[in-house]
Write a protein that binds this ligand. Structure first.
Ligand code: HEM
Length: 183
């Protein structure tokens, strides 16, 4: 991934900016960002695979939901917070800016929704089902619970894939601000 060559230069931006990451810090931040965000994608994919396997084989319910609950409580919060914070640092600390390019602004909006959804909605649901299974056994999970959990994980997994593609393709170009004269 050659991030530097595709990044707008300060000259293209046409003005001096107050704060920029130096090259080593930028490389460090991109590395942390990619490890955290792609790790988050992998953890989400694993939770999806585990819970989806129970649709065809209900005997997997205790093992699959226990494992998915553990992934959710141990990894989703740190990875998603690291992806969001490192993304903000990269956007603010490089010429990409936070609201200068559509792909960055779209990533911010989608990642914020994903962060809230995967920690407080889907994650909470998976952890609640895992606790119920641990206390009452596989019968604590209804087919409706299973379908809802798998559906929510599938949608959020697709959104993380879209965010990853926004990062590599960097589509839609620059956000144009109306000039004072035009207003
Ligand atoms: C699920 C969430 C995210 C994923 C999967 C993700 C993924 C990635 C990947 C794979 C890259 C490397 C692309 C390349 O080098 O060509 C990247 C770069 C970048 N990301 Fe994210 N990202 C996420 C969230 C965010 C957020 C919330 C922001 C900030 C609003 C952000 C801002 C950036 C910026 C500015 C770069 C370019 C860094 C550079 O060129 O130095 N990302 N992201």
């Amino acid at each position: 991934m050659n991030t530097a060559s595709r990044t707008p230069t300060q000259q293209q931006e046409g003005r001096r900016t107050p704060w920029r990451l130096s090259r080593p810090w930028r490389t460090t931040a991109v590395s942390i960002h990619v490890i955290a965000s792609v790790g988050w994608l992998g953890v989400h994919g694993s939770m999806l695979a585990l819970t989806a396997s129970t649709l065809a084989a209900p005997e997997f319910i205790p093992a699959a939901y226990t494992a998915a609950g553990a992934l959710s409580s141990m990894l989703v919060l740190p990875l998603s917070a690291m992806a969001l914070v490192s993304g903000l640092v990269l956007a603010i600390g490089t010429p990409w800016g936070l609201f200068r390019y559509y792909w960055v602004a779209a990533k911010l909006a989608l990642t914020t929704l994903l962060f809230l959804g995967s920690n407080f909605s889907i994650g909470a649901e998976v952890r609640a089902v895992a606790t119920a299974v641990a206390m009452e056994g596989a019968t604590a999970v209804t087919p409706l619970d299973q379908t809802r959990t798998v559906g929510a994980l599938a949608v959020s997994f697709c959104v993380i894939v879209i965010v990853t593609l926004l990062s590599t393709v960097k589509p839609f170009g620059r956000i144009r601000r109306r000039s004072r004269a035009a207003r």
